[in-house]
Design a protein around this ligand. Sequence first.
Ligand code: GCB
Length: 595
Amino acid sequence: MRKSSFLCFVFATIFTNLFAQGQINIIQNIKARNILNLDGKWHYIVDPYNTGDGSRFFSNKIQGSPDELVEYDFSSAPTLSVPGDWNSQQNDLLYYEGAVWYERDFVARPKQGKRYFLNFGAVNYKADVYLNGRLLGTHEGGFTPFQFEVTDKIEDGDNFIVVKADNTRYAENVPAENFDWWNYGGITRDVVLAEMNETYINDYSLQLTNDMKNVTGYVQLNGMQTSQQVTVQIMEANLQIKIPTNSSGRATFIFPIKNIEFWSPENPQLYTIKILATSDTTTDHIGFRTIETKGKNILLNGKPIFLRGVCLHEENPMIPGRPRSKSDLKMLLSWAKELNCNYVRLTHYPHNEYMSQLADEMGLLLWEEVPVYWSIDWENNDTYESAKQQLSELIYRDKNRASVIIWSIGNETPNTDTRNKFMGDLADHVRRMDTTRLVSAALLGYIDSTKTFRMNDSLGKKLDLLSFNEYIGWYIESPAEIPQYNFAIDADKPVIISEFGAEALGGFYADTATRFSEEMQELFYKNQFKLISDIPALRGTSPWVLVDFRSPKRLNPIYQEGWNRKGLYTETGKKKKAFFVVKGWNDAMQKKYGK
Ligand code: GCB
């Protein structure tokens, strides 16, 4: 890179930051660091009576002298693969909910002057983490990353980690006790140990400003040498800025951009970002785009866009349980592409971080959500704090992903005062953390005596998009009756139908009046698309759902057998008839709105 061609402007103090750091303290893009991967086989002990704390499983004892009483033994216990849930790895754990203790040995050679961090991609739901018998801390929330510094606890030579993972459902958790997906328990995402310099780059953000003329953001150091010179480079565009960090190790910046191709689904251009401090360097791949609403329109890079979407659970039906690798997830997004989607709603919880990286690479816009789902303990402050924490961790993790355009604060929640306070505060919190994306939630409407679907949810006022789920023709009457309904949605903001769908067992063919037939599901979508085309502000749809997924609530012994069958693909990856109706709609919307 030619230095002379670099632009270098410092306005750091004049411009406010688009991101507030929040309370999260995790190494940004940790996989780009010097890491020891701790995935693999971990010993496990199932603890249905919660005996492990009292029996001190965390000390990982092996019986020494014959008179010693030790009532467990990890070294001879069976193993589970990490990452991975326990439900899909052991037949007798399929429905297990409770505590499982994991143990893994590793050898470390810690170096003088380095710092060490143990990082978990996700553990569902609660994790108590111990290193060499000492408690590092506890994390709650099943879908977001967390980390502990272990510099003063790691041994030169043999070490062991013990994790108590507990996926018991409680009314005060987020999600609470009732939800329509499998409650996969365990260490479901990667575990790594990172070796860092004493002062390292902990976090950074790079965003395009709404006028599309500048890139703005910050770099945050962690360590003793807080005052350093930091350089941020956008490699392929030959841009860089040099800035000093302040006494808290933070540097904010804004600099004009030239030669940048804006990221979009048609042109998912990512740039190599290098951040160089005196004591550390790191790298990432980041795209630049803007997203905003204007009246009824959603504008991507200033141009109106229609979100041709589909909903998705983090479940690849070809692999039992939670997907474990980037390639497990890639298949799902490729299927969405085959449906001619430019957008995916990742329901109902933060998905694996590979999802947003893949969406960045593949050119898919994303809606990301936290599991504030159905009934939550709205009056409980701890519940609120947990929802807020999960949201903060998600935003912190994915803030540099161009694909992510919407933060969703929940799904199908009741329009009550306590809920409005809870979720209204969450919406404010999101806006404090990130001013560069849209805030939404999947709301519910009601149907009046004239079969008119209306919205009166007061939370709508707090959101950038009016998004709602509706099941006219499946939970309300059947597909043949859909033409009797209509929508009265008088919104001055973009409307997104965040869910609508019907079940069909792949390969079950019958007439359009037969539940669970492919023909009924096909008619459902044909009639739905006619119905919703009349909504003037409609700017996006995400049918429920891309692929059949496992849910213990779905108990029809002939058609469901533990699967929610609203997929457009079967669990073996076969397209159902309805797939082609949805694709037809996406093609038509693409024609109408251009790319
Ligand atoms: C919904 C929920 C979703 C369910 C779906 C269904 O409204 O948001 O989680 O799985 O309906 O299939 O009933």
